[in-house]
Design a protein around this ligand. Structure first.
Ligand code: 5GP
Length: 189
């Protein structure tokens, strides 16, 4: 199988990476989104096979045992997320570049695995305070879940220097335009 390229967007949740990734998908036809598997239930109007493959914990553990994942993390306690090898291969077989919206450790894992074929971008929020406000404002998580997300976000901000690029998201429109330029340039070479 001919391997293609990969674009990795990582950040603490609430930093704006999902919005940036969705923007790039509308702008750059070469990109296709890597749909992760997760054991958490759908949020808001999320759709099966579009936002995630929503699977049971049993099925997830079975896929780990069968080595179906390129990487996986227990991102929050008891909640697993992972990238399926067949998902990446499906996208490359379409002649497309894979784009990921993934947590920080998962992103670094993929970067180590794919090296020069991957562009790893860390989306940096203006501050931890802004991040906390954004996560709270989303109103989709319980108080306990929010606390867990805050704690994880604080830890994840320290990983930024390990990425190829740190993209500041102070203003979403500017960040989207910068991301578009970075990705377009990477795909040219
Ligand atoms: P959410 O529950 O907000 O959709 O996602 C929680 C976190 O898990 C986000 O940072 C998201 O990017 C990350 N995530 C989504 N898919 C994967 C995956 O396949 N692997 C890893 N390691 N993290 C993922």
């Amino acid at each position: 199988m001919k391997e293609g390229k990969l674009i990795i967007f990582s950040a603490p949740s609430g930093a704006g990476k999902t919005t940036i990734v969705q923007y790039l998908l509308t702008k750059i036809p070469d990109l296709e989104f890597s749909i992760s598997a997760t054991t958490r239930p759908p949020r808001g109007d999320e759709k099966e096979g579009k936002d995630y493959y929503f699977i049971s914990k049993e099925e997830f553990l079975h896929k780990i045992a069968k080595k179906h994942f390129v990487e996986f993390e227990e991102v929050y306690s008891g909640t697993f997320y992972g990238t399926l090898r067949e998902e990446i291969e499906r996208i490359w077989a379409n002649g497309k570049t894979v784009i990921f919206d993934i947590d920080v450790e998962g992103g670094l894992h993929l970067k180590r695995k794919y090296g020069e074929a991957a562009l790893a971008i860390f989306v940096q929020p203006p501050s931890l305070q802004v991040l906390i406000e954004r996560l709270t404002g989303r109103g989709t998580d319980s108080k306990e879940k929010l606390q867990e997300r805050f704690a994880k976000a604080e830890k994840e901000l320290n990983y930024a220097p390990q990425f190829d690029i740190i993209l500041k998201n102070h203003d979403l429109q500017t960040a989207c335009a910068e991301a578009e330029l970075l990705v377009t340039n990477f795909l040219k070479n």
